[in-house]
Design a protein around this ligand. Structure first.
Ligand SMILES: [Zn+2]
Length: 202
């Protein structure tokens, strides 16, 4: 199956590479001051495939980062990345990549699995962070909103799973992703996130 333009960009440009080109200066732990909230100490972690701000919960992949930094829609952000990194969207990634790639030992499928798991987990985590603030009880008498309770119960687990997929050797990440994908948990999370994301827009 040919890769979509978005997939090509994501496999060619890491989040830290784009962040540096767009003026961020990651420290040795790949942390930067978050450009999306007033941040004096670095709260945003740049992983190869996604960023996550521990201060405001901002998260996404390299295309989301570019879109948000320059107020573009995803398609425009993709075009900007193609232009700024000299990618040729009509050639297969191997010929198109003008930048040194991070070392990888995984198959395309494994990398796609890892990226998919991360995307689902971080989307859900973003929702949990939102619920934790939005639905927190304002008085002790008030019955607790079930979304607030879910956020309390699930945040640690999801952060733990995200760490397993986000850190470690490529093989460890791929193994963690394969374990997650062998059950229905991730599908349940994805279904849940998309249901609430749609509900919010309605
Ligand atoms: Zn932030």
């Amino acid at each position: 199956m040919p890769l979509s333009l978005f997939q090509k960009i994501k496999s060619a440009i890491t989040v830290p590479q784009a962040a540096k080109v767009y003026g961020m200066e990651p420290d040795r732990r790949s942390m930067v001051c978050c450009p999306f909230h007033s941040d004096n100490t670095p709260s945003m972690k740049l992983n190869d495939t996604y960023y996550y701000c521990f201060g405001c919960g901002a998260t996404g992949d390299v295309i989301d980062l570019t879109a948000k930094l320059f107020s573009l829609n995803p398609r425009q952000a993709a075009e900007k990345l193609v232009h700024d990194f000299g990618l040729d969207p009509d050639k297969p990634p191997a010929n198109a990549i003008a930048l040194p790639l991070p070392k990888r030992g995984l198959t395309d499928e494994q990398r796609a699995d890892v990226a998919y798991c991360l995307r689902v987990l971080t989307d859900y985590l973003y929702l949990l962070h939102d619920w934790r603030e939005r639905y927190k009880p304002t008085s002790p008498e008030e019955p607790q909103d079930e979304r607030f309770v879910e956020a309390l119960h699930m945040t640690d687990l999801i952060e733990h799973l995200t760490d397993h997929i986000a850190y470690g050797t490529p093989q460890q990440k791929a193994d963690a992703a394969a374990r997650l994908l062998s059950g229905s948990f991730l599908l349940m999370l994805e279904e849940r996130t998309s249901r609430f994301a749609t509900a919010k827009c309605a």
